[in-house]
Design a protein around this ligand. Structure first.
Ligand code: NDP
Length: 329
C-alpha cells in the first residue's frame, strides 16, 4: 500500500474533499518508471488541485502534487535504473496525471530529469516548480542581455515561492534586487534572501496612468501579472525585459504598447510545464550551481501530507511564505 493525499469528488453535490489514504500500488497510473517519492512541495496550482481543481483536474479520485523528487524503484526505460535520483516538474503531472503527493509515483521516463550533482531530493523540492521557473526566468532575462551592474532588477510577489527563489538567485549572481511585497512585515526575510530594496505593493499596484515613467528597472521577474506587470513595463530601462511568470494578481494585462515602441522593452513569457528536456537540464544544473543552499533552507516550511488541505487553501489566499517541502520518507 502507498500513503497518498487523495482528492475525491461527490458527483451529486460536485464538491471535492481531500484526505490522506492508503492506496494500492496497482492503482497507480500507467508509466514506464516507478519512483519512490521522497519529497514533494506546494505551488499555487497544487492549491487549486487540492481544492475544487480550478479546471485543471480531469478525473477523480485524484492524487495532486505537480512536482516530486525521489529514487527510481523500477524502470522499463533504458535511461533510468533503480537507485537513480530524479526530479519531476510540469507535464501536467498532479493535474491530468497522478502526482507527487504519494509515497510512489508512476510516470513517463520523458518527464523525468536526473538530479544534478550536488543537489539532494529535499533541496530539489525546496526549489520545486516555483524555483525551477524562477531559474528559467533568470536565464531568459540573461539571454536578452541582462547582466549585473545595469541597475536594480524588480521581483514581484517576492515573498512567494517564485519570488523568493528569484530573489536569492539574482542576489547570488551579483544583481541588485528590488523586491515588491504586500507583506511589509516580511522585509527582513526578503533582505535575508539578498533583496537590497523593498518596494511596497501599493507603489506599483495602481493601473497605468502615464505609459512611460522614469527608467528604473534593468529587468523584472513578475509573478503577479495584472495591473502591476502593466505598470512595470513603463518603468523598465531602455531595451530591458520583464519575464512574465505568474498571475497571482490577475490574468488581465491593462497595458499600453508605448513602452515597446519607444523604449524597446521586451515581455518574455515563461512556461515551466512543457519546457524541452535540454533546457530543463540546463536550468537544474544552474540551480545546483547558482542557488545559495543556506538561503534556500531559510525559505523552507516543512510539511506532511496531513498538512496539505490547509496549506492548499492558504496558498490560494497568498498566505504561504517561501517554499513548503512535503516529507514522504
Ligand atoms: P505564491 O502564492 O507562493 O506567491 C505569489 C505571491 O504573489 C504572494 O506570496 C504575494 O507576495 C503576491 N501576491 C499574491 N496575491 C497578490 C495580489 N492580489 N496582488 C499582488 N501580489 C500578490 O505562488 P508561487 O510563487 O508558487 O507562484 C506565483 C505565480 O506564478 C502563480 O500565479 C503561479 O500560478 C505562477 N507560476 C507559473 C509558472 C509557469 O510555468 N509560468 C510556474 C510556477 C508558478 P507578497 O506577499 O510578497 O506580495
Amino acid at each position: 500500500m502507498v500513503r497518498a493525499l487523495v482528492v475525491e469528488k461527490d458527483e451529486e453535490s460536485g464538491k471535492t474533499r481531500a484526505g490522506v489514504q492508503d492506496i494500492a500500488e496497482s492503482d497507480l497510473p500507467e508509466g514506464d518508471v516507478t519512483v519512490a517519492v521522497e519529497y514533494s512541495t506546494l505551488n499555487y496550482k497544487d492549491g487549486l488541485c487540492i481544492g475544487p481543481g480550478g479546471g485543471l483536474v480531469r478525473r477523480y479520485p485524484h492524487v495532486p502534487g505537480i512536482d516530486f523528487a525521489g529514487t527510481v524503484e523500477a524502470s522499463d526505460d533504458p535511461r533510468y535504473a533503480p537507485g537513480d535520483k530524479v526530479v519531476l516538474t510540469g507535464w501536467r503531472v498532479g493535474e491530468a496525471h497522478w502526482g507527487g503527493y504519494a509515497q510512489k509515483a508512476r510516470v513517463k521516463a520523458d518527464w523525468l530529469v536526473p538530479l544534478p550533482e550536488g543537489l539532494g531530493t529535499r533541496q530539489a523540492m525546496a526549489v520545486g516548480t516555483a524555483g525551477f521557473t524562477a531559474m528559467l526566468a533568470v536565464m531568459a532575462l540573461e539571454d536578452h542581455g541582462l547582466a549585473p551592474g545595469q541597475g536594480p532588477v524588480l521581483v514581484t510577489g517576492a515573498s512567494g515561492g517564485v519570488g523568493s527563489v528569484a530573489t536569492a538567485i539574482l542576489a547570488r549572481l551579483g544583481y541588485e534586487v528590488a523586491a515588491v511585497t504586500g507583506r511589509p512585515e516580511g522585509a527582513d526575510y526578503l533582505r535575508g534572501l539578498g533583496a537590497t530594496q523593498i518596494v511596497p505593493r501599493e507603489d506599483v499596484a495602481e493601473t497605468v496612468k502615464r505609459p512611460l515613467e522614469s527608467e528604473t528597472w534593468s529587468g523584472c521577474i513578475d509573478a503577479v501579472g495584472g495591473a502591476m506587470l502593466a505598470r512595470v513595463l513603463g518603468q523598465l530601462k531602455y531595451g530591458a525585459s520583464a519575464a512574465a511568470v505568474g498571475l497571482a494578481g490577475g490574468a488581465d494585462l491593462p497595458a499600453k504598447v508605448v513602452p515597446f515602441l519607444l523604449r524597446g522593452v521586451n515581455l518574455l513569457g515563461i512556461d515551466s510545464v512543457m519546457q524541452p528536456y535540454e533546457n530543463r537540464l540546463r536550468a537544474w544544473e544552474r540551480i545546483a550551481r547558482d542557488l545559495p543552499m543556506d538561503r534556500l533552507e531559510a525559505m523552507v516550511t516543512p510539511a506532511t501530507l496531513e498538512d496539505l488541505p490547509k496549506l492548499g487553501a492558504d496558498i490560494l489566499k497568498g498566505q504561504v511564505r517561501g517554499r513548503v517541502v512535503v516529507d514522504l520518507t
